[in-house]
Design a protein around this ligand. Structure first.
Ligand code: GAL
Length: 662
């Protein structure tokens, strides 16, 4: 198993490199990522390449048995390049040029930048093609980070017009599709089409969605430019890119296609989200999202190893916390763990972003924890190699649908992903594995498929879902399903559009639910609330499972199920409170026979399983800050102690166990 760190030798004197390599080896580290921001050091002036320092670092690492993932440095174009070609800089939607001085300061569609990208990537590829210690390429860094997916420069304008022409063929089709007759927006020809720079008020929602799609495609295309070179010059080396979990500006299914495997950056305890401690379920979801983009295991390329921080800082990691999050990554499909970063830098924007070592480079508690994990992984790694996660439940996450809701949230503040989180949380709390998949993926292997927020469908998606249910699958979708066409305009059919017969209901009327209004619903013996939205449903062929209790809605259906072919399609016309979601999904999972793990744990204990043939590996993770227990009803091998355990077992705070059924 690969175990590593993100290492920046260029930030330290050469005399230190030997010590670093030695300390890494002692900690079990066998891979590092290098150079992804080092363009100015690799090409100090145009055409003047200097790989000598990197060669030296790589050879020191090689002597210690440490392999290298090499970053292409395009996330940080050097000053000389920007001085020569300031037109590379991206433009925001006010028309303001984002200047040099941080990173990611380039436009994906800039032809000059594409040329320079080719040159540096080719030079690196040629230089390292026969270096067997370099095992993998890492393209750029976190595409889209710092809100850099979308640019509004003139190159983008030109490329957008070409992109639209390819998609729509003729301008009238575009006008029809976008409904440009509204507010006199009709375009006479391709040259008159705009990009959605700041206007007096909101742009056309179809234009906005296409601009998101175009921007995402631009990143995919830019990545492909690099991949094509690398595949040609260094066909034996793998290629990856570091993704960002729930980040939504790029269609990750598309970005993943051209890569050998994907990796992602995991910072569970940070200073940039609402709470310093991320909810374990949300990080679990991020892992599952990441596993889903390529339907296979992944790497963590930046696993948190210290307090985060730029201008402000996140909190210190408590003993055992780093280890816990590492095991969660592995449980959900990480085949390698690479920590960010080896050592905290003494300068630059990320001065306070801590690594395994502090600024002084002295090994302390976090280093010792990394070393302990390294030793443990030497036992666990070989056993779990080739193992996978097998899920009977899938949740569809569609970028197009997420974008449609981002453009028009319906109710202020509503977020597509928040609804998915609610459904995911149910499965997480019952330790039921879930795959997060695209609406076009093969659904046939799943017992249950959920698609919260599927406001837009196209023919392919509709057929995919209907065939699945016809064949005996169980499907659940929610309010607004099928309301819009794939071009983000309303369907002129009745609500639910092409999904109507599948769901067997009519939507009589609907509304957002203002915050100061309370609507109660009942499902079985349970009472709860409707949130964000209500649909008033009248069943056609469907059976009513839940009803409203309040106001003029009382007695009207809110949750239904319809038999369709050999399967069942559920519809939820609101966002029910958690208790109702639980009752509903208890019933649904029981009805479609979803398996549950035999190990029972206290609340706050996560149990996730990897499988290889008949071998099962259970990762038991105590996210509680107090001792917590699990109950195992047959003897299982505790891989770290080599002993069989059975019955009631206590895990210390942040404690973990890796159990095997053999
Ligand atoms: C990541 C990024 C790294 C580093 C880290 C800490 O998002 O990929 O390069 O910047 O955050 O800020």
């Amino acid at each position: 198993m690969f175990y590593g760190a993100d290492y920046y030798p260029e930030h330290w004197p050469e005399e230190r490199w030997e010590t670093d390599a030695h300390l890494m080896k002692e900690a079990g580290i066998n891979v590092v990522r290098l150079a992804e921001f080092a363009w100015a050091k690799l090409e100090p002036d145009e055409g003047l390449y200097d790989f000598s320092w990197l060669d030296k670092a790589i050879s020191i690492l090689a002597r210690h048995g440490i392999k290298v993932i090499l970053g292409t440095p395009t996330a940080a174009p050097p000053k000389w390049l920007i001085d020569k070609h300031p037109e590379i800089l991206p433009v925001d939607n006010d028309g303001y040029v984002k200047g040099f001085g941080s990173r990611r300061h380039y436009c994906y569609n800039n032809p000059v930048y594409r040329q320079y990208t080719k040159k540096i990537v080719t030079a690196m590829a040629e230089h390292y093609k026969s270096n067997s210690n370099v095992i993998c390429w890492h393209i750029d860094n976190e595409f889209g980070c710092h809100d850099t997916t979308v640019c509004y420069c003139d190159n983008c304008l030109e490329e957008f017009r070409k992109w639209l022409k390819e998609r729509y063929g003729n301008i009238n089709k575009l006008n029809q599709s976008w409904g440009t007759v509204f507010w006199s927006q009709i375009y006479k020809d391709w040259d008159s089409v705009i990009v959605p720079r700041k206007a007096v008020t909101s742009h056309n929602p179809s234009l906005l969605l296409d601009y998101k799609r175009f921007s995402s495609d631009s990143v995919v295309k830019y990545q492909k430019l690099q991949i094509d070179i690398l595949r040609e010059v260094t066909p034996d080396k793998k290629i990856t890119h570091n993704f960002m979990g729930l980040f939504n500006q790029i269609d990750y299914y598309q970005l993943a296609k051209d890569l050998d495997f994907i990796s992602w950056d995991n910072y569970p305890i940070n200073h940039f989200s609402d709470k310093s401690d991320q909810i374990a379920a949300n990080i679990a979801l991020s892992h599952d999202v990441m596993r889903g983009v390529k339907k296979k295991n992944f790497w963590v390329m930046e696993q948190q190893s210290g307090p985060t921080g730029w201008e402000e800082m996140g909190r210190q990691l408590k003993p055992g916390e780093m280890r816990l999050w590492v095991y969660q990554s592995i449980a959900h499909g990480a085949d390698a763990i690479v920590y960010f970063r080896w050592r905290a830098c003494t300068f630059g924007t990320e001065e306070y972003w801590h690594g395994i070592l502090d600024h002084d480079g002295v090994p302390r508690r976090r280093y010792h924890e990394v070393k302990q994990i390294g030793q443990e992984l030497q036992k666990i790694g070989p056993l779990i190699e080739g193992s996978e996660i097998k899920a009977e439940v899938a949740i569809i996450r569609s970028f197009d649908n997420e974008w449609a809701f981002e453009i028009q949230p319906h109710k202020r503040g509503f977020k597509y992903m928040e609804q998915i989180k609610k459904y995911y949380k149910y499965f997480y709390s019952r330790n039921i594995p879930v795959d997060i998949i695209s609406p076009e993926d093969d659904l046939s292997g799943y017992k249950l498929v959920l698609a919260p927020g599927l406001i837009m469908v196209n023919e392919k998606i509709t057929d995919n879902i209907k065939n699945y249910v016809r064949g005996g699958g169980t499907f659940l979708t929610t309010w607004r399903a099928g309301a819009k066409r794939w071009d983000n305009r309303m369907n002129d059919q009745s609500l639910l559009g092409p999904l109507k017969d599948l769901l067997g209901i009519d939507i009589e009327e609907y509304s957002i639910i203002p915050d100061d209004e309370n609507i109660n619903i009942i499902f079985g013996d349970n009472e709860g609330t409707a949130n964000v939205w209500f649909d008033v449903i009248s069943p056609v062929t469907a059976e009513v499972l839940g009803e409203y209790k309040s106001d003029y809605l009382a007695g009207k259906a809110v949750i239904t199920v319809n038999k369709y072919g050999m399967g069942n399609a559920y519809y939820v016309g609101t966002i029910p409170s958690d208790g109702i979601i639980k009752e509903l999904l208890d019933k649904v999972t029981e009805k479609c026979n979803v398996s549950v793990t035999e190990i029972k744990g206290d609340e706050g204990i996560e149990i996730f399983r990897r499988i290889k043939g008949a071998d099962e590996f259970y990762f038991v993770l105590n996210f509680n800050r107090k001792p917590s227990t699990i109950i195992i009803d047959k003897p299982m091998m505790d891989i770290l102690t080599g002993k069989y355990i059975n019955g009631e077992i206590t895990l210390e705070p942040f404690g973990i166990k890796v159990l095997s059924n053999k």
